[in-house]
Design a protein around this ligand. Structure first.
Ligand code: NAD
Ligand code: DAO
Ligand code: ZN
Length: 368
């Protein structure tokens, strides 16, 4: 079939809207009509050329929601008409990683997904007979996409696509890091570095679990108002204090119980570790730094009880946890609507990237 898609031909260049060819789903695969997709910082990270796994030409996008149109042979858990959210972190429930119950990083199709291919090592997308690569197993910047069955979470049918698409990355990454990775307890002091599409959801998660002080840190003062609405109790602009770490240690009587880095800046990652409490502080890295970047601190920071950790997709097991998070939204337990600041047709997707880069949007969503 033919589908409209925004194609990334090479790093650093704007996406162009094309009518591309899409082959039908093969064994274990599903054809999905994408109804809405968010634009995340990670799409820009790949488009900018900073992503070591970035391959071109590709159809980016990993934060979508849509409807199953067709299923390939061997598909047993999904059928035509099901509503789904594509998962860049699949959940096969049978690989060593899934069975360990210690991680959400399913590895069953990791090799081919990282190469921009379906599990049989081929692409379903092409133009003029030349293949176009998939992205993160999702490629939601295409009106129709093919994804492995294990990379799709089935969700309730009354959930609005234009809102719950954000659960495909930002919402789950932020709230999940608090609930599933850190398991923050009520009364804890929490610091969030970077109040963008991810950090605001960390704030929202911290509020949900009953954190005491929720301190937001951002160089963009305009983020303060939104963050307060989501539960932030204190704001620090690093450009207005002599030393961010000292300011947090003072505010929290010795250091935060938990900190979350939601920027991808290795200097800030160090601050995030060092502002946590001696003996038990835990710092969770969510931000993705540029290829080859390294982090450093004095080892004594760890000897004296601080822990440095990371979180991918909020530690969520997508097929299990994403439908639950959709329920939380539908039950009014989480706020997504206020974070979607801009919507646009696919033709305006480059404007969506510009709004994100300038800090004007929190989440821009493409509506098909
Ligand atoms: P964003 O651009 O919406 O937000 C980043 C925020 O950080 C902005 O508000 C910006 O003003 C602020 N900031 C920038 N430099 C700063 C500094 N030095 N000190 C304080 N604040 C600073 O980005 P986002 O969509 O929220 O994504 C954040 C990061 O998370 C990115 O690196 C993205 O790739 C990554 N990410 C990780 C996962 C994961 O699973 N681990 C998933 C999605 C995104
Ligand atoms: O299993 O090695 C692996 C892949 C892990 C992917 C983790 C992705 C988290 C960071 C990228 C954010 C994407 C939106
Ligand atoms: Zn698995």
């Amino acid at each position: 079939m033919k589908t409209k898609a925004a194609v990334a031909w090479k790093s650093g260049a704007p996406l162009t809207i094309e009518t591309v060819d899409l082959d039908g789903p093969r064994f274990g695969e599903v054809l999905v009509e994408i109804k809405a997709t968010g634009i995340c910082h990670t799409d820009y990270y790949t488009l900018s050329g900073a992503d070591p796994e970035g391959i071109f030409p590709a159809i980016l996008g990993h934060e979508g929601a849509g409807i199953v149109v067709d299923v390939g042979p061997g598909v047993t858990t999904l059928k035509k008409g099901d509503h789904v959210i594509p998962l860049y972190t699949p959940e096969c429930r049978q690989c060593k990683f899934c069975l360990s119950r210690k991680t959400n990083l399913c590895q069953l199709i990791r090799g081919t997904q990282g190469k921009g291919l379906m599990p049989d090592a081929t692409s379903r997308f092409s133009l003029d007979g030349k293949p176009i690569f998939h992205y993160m197993g999702t490629s939601t910047f295409s009106n129709y996409t093919v994804a492995p069955e294990i990379s799709l979470a089935k969700i309730r049918e009354d959930a609005p696509f234009d809102k719950v698409c954000y659960i495909g990355c930002g919402v789950t990454t932020g709230i999940g890091a608090v609930l599933f990775t850190a398991k923050v307890e009520a009364g804890a002091n929490v610091v969030v570095f970077g109040l963008g599409g991810i950090g605001l959801n960390v704030i929202q998660g911290a509020k949900m679990v009953g954190a005491d002080k929720i301190i937001g840190v951002d160089i963009n003062p305009a983020r303060q108002e939104m963050a307060r609405k989501f539960g932030m109790t204190h704001f620090i602009n690093p450009r207005e204090v002599d030393n961010v770490v000292d300011a947090i240690v003072q505010l929290t009587d010795g250091g935060a119980d938990y900190s979350f880095e939601c920027i991808g800046n290795t200097q800030v990652m160090r601050q995030a570790l060092e502002c946590t409490h001696k003996g038990w502080g835990r710092s969770i890295i969510i931000g993705v730094a540029e290829a080859g970047a390294e982090i450093s601190t004095r080892p004594f920071q760890l000897v004296t009880g601080r822990k440095w950790e990371g979180s991918a997709f909020g530690g969520a097991r997508g097929r299990t946890d994403v439908p639950r998070i959709v329920d939380w939204y539908m039950e009014g337990k989480i706020n997504i609507d206020d974070l979607i600041t801009h919507t646009m047709p696919l033709e305006d997707i480059n404007k969506g990237f510009d709004l994100m880069k300038s800090g004007e949007s929190i989440r821009g969503v493409v509506l098909y």
